[in-house]
Write a protein that binds this ligand. Structure first.
Ligand code: NDP
Length: 248
């Protein structure tokens, strides 16, 4: 049976690897054509090849989400090559951790610029097209750190809390035009980032997570899949926490 998503076009930022790649693959399995915006050309090529091998139309665009001109040009290329923009997934994100008193201005600025300004620039550009279509789905990847905080991550926590505020403002602004805007807030997910944690830190983390295990990228991707599907047509301004119970 064809999914309600078949034939739609999605943009996934930071989609070349990690959670973004998994989101792209899950959407493609549902018949979605996908454009990836990323700064990692080798990884982009690889993920685009995987998407095409699934029979989907796919484009990998080298777009830095912090550059408004590149974002606007990227959106225009997606419209030219894939014809429409139905779904935007703001996933590109970075960390530059450090304790508050040792955090320098550059660490603060870079994380806020990639995570929050990047989300704003892509949301604004995609919304212009979605408003014309009177239909669209926007999902941004926040983090439970934006809800409960985390020592050593003042910049990251502020950027992710900012994404939650942005999501709610945009949801209210665009709701009457058939556009929903939601966020997914993952807890700790098995990626290269969490692989790098020392074993004792991992152990402490497992003990704090009620479900006793880290999440998989597919756990985040399935939450995104729900929020962009017709099943979530009446859900907007929501923050869907995917964390095994950690933030409770
Ligand atoms: P990864 O670092 O594995 O992947 C992020 C991708 O985004 C990379 O391909 C990266 O390129 C790309 N990217 C970085 N900066 C930019 C930019 N300026 N413009 C476009 N693309 C960019 O991250 P994860 O998959 O772990 O995380 C994805 C999202 O999920 C992030 O927003 C993160 O904050 C969030 N998250 C992750 C959690 C986790 O446990 N992993 C938990 C909670 C939230 P490059 O390879 O060159 O760096």
């Amino acid at each position: 049976m064809a999914s309600s998503l078949t034939g739609q076009v999605a943009i996934v930022t930071g989609g070349a690897r990690g959670i973004g790649r998994e989101i792209a693959l899950v959407l493609a399995r549902d018949g979605v054509d996908v454009a990836l915006f990323d700064v990692n050309p080798q990884q982009l090529e690889q993920t685009v090849a995987e998407l095409r091998a699934m029979g989907r139309r796919a484009e990998g665009l080298t777009v830095d989400v912090t550059d408004g001109k590149q974002v606007d040009e990227g959106m225009a290329k997606v419209l030219d090559k894939l014809g429409r923009i139905d779904i935007l997934i703001n996933n590109a994100g970075i960390t530059k951790d450090g304790l508050l008193v040792r955090m320098d201005d550059a660490q603060w600025d870079r994380v806020l610029t990639v995570n929050l300004t990047g989300t704003f620039l892509c949301t604004r550009a995609a919304a212009k097209h979605m408003l014309k279509q009177r239909r669209g789905r926007i999902v941004s990847i926040a983090s439970i750190v934006g809800i409960i905080g985390n020592p050593g991550q003042a910049n990251y926590a502020a950027s992710k809390a900012g994404i939650i505020g942005l999501t709610k403002a945009v949801a209210k602004e665009l709701a009457s035009r058939g556009i929903t805007c939601n966020a997914v807030a993952p807890g700790f997910i098995k990626t290269e980032m969490t692989e790098a944690l020392p074993e004792p830190a991992k152990q402490r983390l497992m003990e704090a997570i009620p479900m006793g295990t880290l999440g998989e990228p597919s756990d985040v991707a399935q939450a995104v899949r729900f929020l962009v599907s017709d099943a979530a047509r009446y859900v907007t301004g929501h923050v869907l926490v995917v964390d095994g119970g950690l933030a409770m």
